[in-house]
Design a protein around this ligand. Structure first.
Ligand code: NAD
Ligand code: MG
Length: 403
């Protein structure tokens, strides 16, 4: 990896303008972040924007937001990005090392909006230099939670949870009295197949799986919501973000996605955060933290909604929840395998090479196949992640998976 000079940020005072970098600027989280940045030009300016392959959108966003630099992580697209930004004065770079360098610029706040463990290296680079990080990329914490959180503690930066459930908990969790917390309750919409039978799910198409009833999101997280692996990943994410034990992390299905999560205290008080299902609310709370800024998310009209409903999660129809619970208790190596196997299985499902129900089956098989690893460094995690990807791809290719 190329060496880059880290810039340690001094935090802007209240009301002062913040410099922002957005990793994954062209995605759903990236665009919502930039929408808010554009609404508050006096509060925010842009250092770096990154994307994987979408040169045209990246160039357009970089010009629109006056970015200092644009980074395309697919190195073969360097010339295209260079041509698209010629004459603008915006610096251009490409490849995985450039992605890490983008996270090491002079931004006060880095939005970790890349999907999957591909976001781990740049997110760690931002954490390491003590920047405040808005963490949307939950896969980082699932595959390397212990290492990431140790680095947050060492560097003194803040890891601000963007995921709506974790942002909700962050807003109502009394860190100073963590021993007064009985449990945290992550709410789940239940996804597009909440009421489907296993037989119906067996022939679910990618189009049906990505059609989330409440949230508009990227393809991978939408499929994760349909399998409910998303909630499983979020259980592991919550365990790392908050001082709780695995048995204190619960899931409750709440189809309207209005209560974004809850903290139950030992005296029986339950504190919740509510809002319309629009990611610009949790993103705004992270961008401005510890202050607040206005966001265009529709305001809640509870009288109009009339009813909020709740159900227990059904692990027999959604086995991903059981697998994630197992990994939460088994420890960090199992979670690394869970995440990598799931990324490969979801990509195969989206490419129509794997059935919907086989996503959880193949993840379970990968968990049974891989053992004996111990991950104490980031390089160990990258090695296990690569091994789990290789084995999962092999399991899918050989077609030995029954649904
Ligand atoms: P998305 O698919 O819409 O966008 C992903 C972004 O990452 C794009 O900018 C893409 O260019 C970039 N990217 C993809 N693969 C990459 C790679 N290999 N290397 C570098 N960059 C790459 O995804 P999204 O819905 O915005 O989700 C981003 C992250 O935020 C995910 O981890 C997701 O779980 C989390 N999250 C998303 C939402 C949401 O509402 N979309 C909510 C909560 C959490
Ligand atoms: Mg979420």
């Amino acid at each position: 990896m190329k060496s880059a000079t880290a810039s340690v940020p001094t935090r802007p005072a209240a009301g002062e303008s913040k410099r922002i970098s957005v990793l994954g600027a062209t995605g759903s989280i990236g665009l919502s972040t930039l929408d808010l940045v554009g609404r508050h030009p006096d509060r925010f300016s842009i250092d770096a924007l990154t994307a994987h392959t979408n040169v045209a959108d990246l160039a357009k966003l970089a010009v629109q937001h006056g970015a200092a630099r644009a980074v395309i992580s697919d190195a073969s697209l360097y010339d295209d990005l260079k041509a698209a930004l010629r004459g603008t004065g915006i610096a251009v770079s490409a490849g995985p090392d450039a992605l890490v360098e983008a996270a090491m610029g002079d931004a006060d706040f880095v939005m970790a909006g890349i999907v999957g463990s591909a976001g781990l290296a740049p997110t760690m680079a931002a954490i390491r230099r003590g920047a405040d990080v808005g963490l949307a990329n939950k896969e980082c914490l699932v595959c390397a939670g212990d290492i990431v959180m140790a680095e947050v503690a060492r560097s003194g930066g803040h890891l601000l949870p963007v995921d709506s459930e974790h942002n909700a908990i962050f807003q109502v969790f009394d860190e100073a009295r963590a021993d007064s917390v009985a449990r945290i309750v992550l709410t789940a919409s239940g996804g597009p197949f909440r009421t489907w039978t296993r037989d119906a799910m067996a022939s679910a198409t990618p189009e049906a799986a990505v059609a989330h009833p409440n949230w508009s999101m990227g393809a991978k997280i939408s499929v994760d919501s349909a399998t409910m692996m998303n909630k499983g990943l979020e259980m592991i994410e919550a365990y790392h973000l908050f001082p709780v034990s695995p048995s204190q992390v619960d899931v409750l299905v709440h189809p309207q996605s209005v209560i974004h999560s809850m903290v139950e205290y030992i005296d029986g008080s339950t504190l919740a955060q509510l809002g319309s299902p629009d990611m610009r609310t949790p993103i705004a709370s992270c961008l401005a933290w510890p202050e607040r800024i206005s966001a265009p998310s529709p305001k809640l009209d509870l009288a109009e909604l009339g009813q909020l409903t709740f159900e227990r999660p059904d692990e027999s129809r959604f086995p991903a929840l059981r697998l994630a619970r197992h990994c939460l208790e088994a420890g960090s190596e199992a979670a690394t395998v869970l995440n990598a196997a799931n990324e490969i299985a979801v990509a195969a499902f989206l490419a129509r090479r794997l059935g919907f129900l086989q996503i959880a089956t193949v993840v379970e098989l990968a968990l049974e196949t891989i053992s004996g690893w111990s991950t104490t460094t980031l390089d160990d995690v990258f090695a296990l992640d690569a091994e789990a990807r290789r084995i999962t791809a092999d399991l899918i290719k050989t077609g030995k998976i029954a649904s």
